[in-house]
Design a protein around this ligand. Structure first.
Ligand code: SF4
Length: 79
């Protein structure tokens, strides 16, 4: 398992993540992306979204991270 994380306050709503990995990312009514089925936390900077993903889903989400122009998607090892 890995941890997928979105620094939502950095999102500029380009839609790339939702195009590359639509099972995990969708565009919200406010114009920014949401990580589907995530846990949302209020941090100092804004909303941080996290969820676990399986190893088979790493490549798809790494593609989303690589597509993000503001580098606000992260695929991390579990703590
Ligand atoms: S690719 Fe990045 S900036 Fe674009 S919608 Fe997704 S999270 Fe936001």
């Amino acid at each position: 398992m890995r941890i997928l994380m979105h620094e939502r306050w950095k999102c500029i709503g380009c839609g790339a993540c939702a195009a590359v990995a639509p099972d995990f990312w969708e565009m919200s009514d406010d114009g920014n992306a949401d990580l589907i089925d995530c846990k949302k936390e209020d941090v100092d900077e804004g909303i941080k979204e996290t969820r676990q993903i399986q190893d088979k889903d790493v490549d798809e989400n790494q593609n989303a991270a690589d597509s993000c122009p503001v580098e606000c998607i992260h695929v991390n090892d579990e703590d």
